[in-house]
Ligand binder design. Structure first.
Ligand SMILES: CC(C)(COP(=O)(O)OP(=O)(O)OC[C@H]1O[C@@H](n2cnc3c(N)ncnc32)[C@H](O)[C@@H]1OP(=O)(O)O)[C@@H](O)C(=O)NCCC(=O)NCCS
Length: 154
């Protein structure tokens, strides 16, 4: 187990965050338009935005990140935290970095008064799911996505 320093992303993290973000998008085979990446990074640095990013630093090098959105919701009075993206550089995996990022969020939840942290992953992402199963059990909800161009279901 390595000791990772978990902290909020800083403007100086932009090159390494972008490199890790590229790895994450490649992992999901999502060719994100550059303006989406640019906008995400801007929002991460904007204190008035609901988007936040924490990074994991090992020996002075950022090796992983978690992007989250803290938002209001209809089921609780307190805000909730959506963990949208989690990524650890391939060569830094299986040393507890992913766990450390989630653990940091768990502490933030207690400190900030979030009602819960929630996230989703692909059903077949077994590596991530083994990590997640150590924190909590999947709750059985299924995701539906509707886009402007989605054809009506038959
Ligand atoms: C999923 C992901 C974030 C996990 O990050 P990680 O830093 O490897 O996570 P951890 O090291 O905390 O835990 C992962 C595994 O390493 C094991 N591990 C932790 N420390 C270890 C150590 N010192 N030696 C050996 N194994 C160790 C954990 O037990 C766990 O093993 P398991 O999967 O067999 O249960 C990372 O694999 C990743 O970025 N994957 C690609 C993107 C992705 O899937 N993101 C999630 C999308 S929702």
């Amino acid at each position: 187990m390595v000791t990772a320093l978990i902290r909020a992303a800083l403007p100086s993290d932009e090159p390494v965050w972008r490199a890790l973000w590229r790895g994450y998008c490649d992992f999901y085979s999502v060719p994100l338009p550059p303006e989406a990446t640019q906008r995400t990074w801007q929002r991460i640095l904007d204190p008035d935005s609901a988007v936040m990013c924490i990074v994991a630093e090992i020996d002075g090098r950022v090796r992983g990140f978690a992007n989250c959105v803290v938002h209001e919701n209809t089921w609780e009075t307190q805000p909730v935290c959506y963990l949208e993206d989690l990524f650890v550089a391939e060569e830094a995996r299986r040393h507890g970095v992913g766990s450390a990022l989630i653990e940091w969020l768990r502490n933030a939840m207690r400190a900030e008064g979030w009602a819960r942290i929630y996230w989703m992953t692909r059903e077949d992402n077994t590596r991530a799911r083994r990590l997640y199963d150590r924190f909590t059990q999947a709750d059985g909800f299924v995701r539906y996505v509707l886009r402007p161009a989605t054809a009506p279901a038959q």
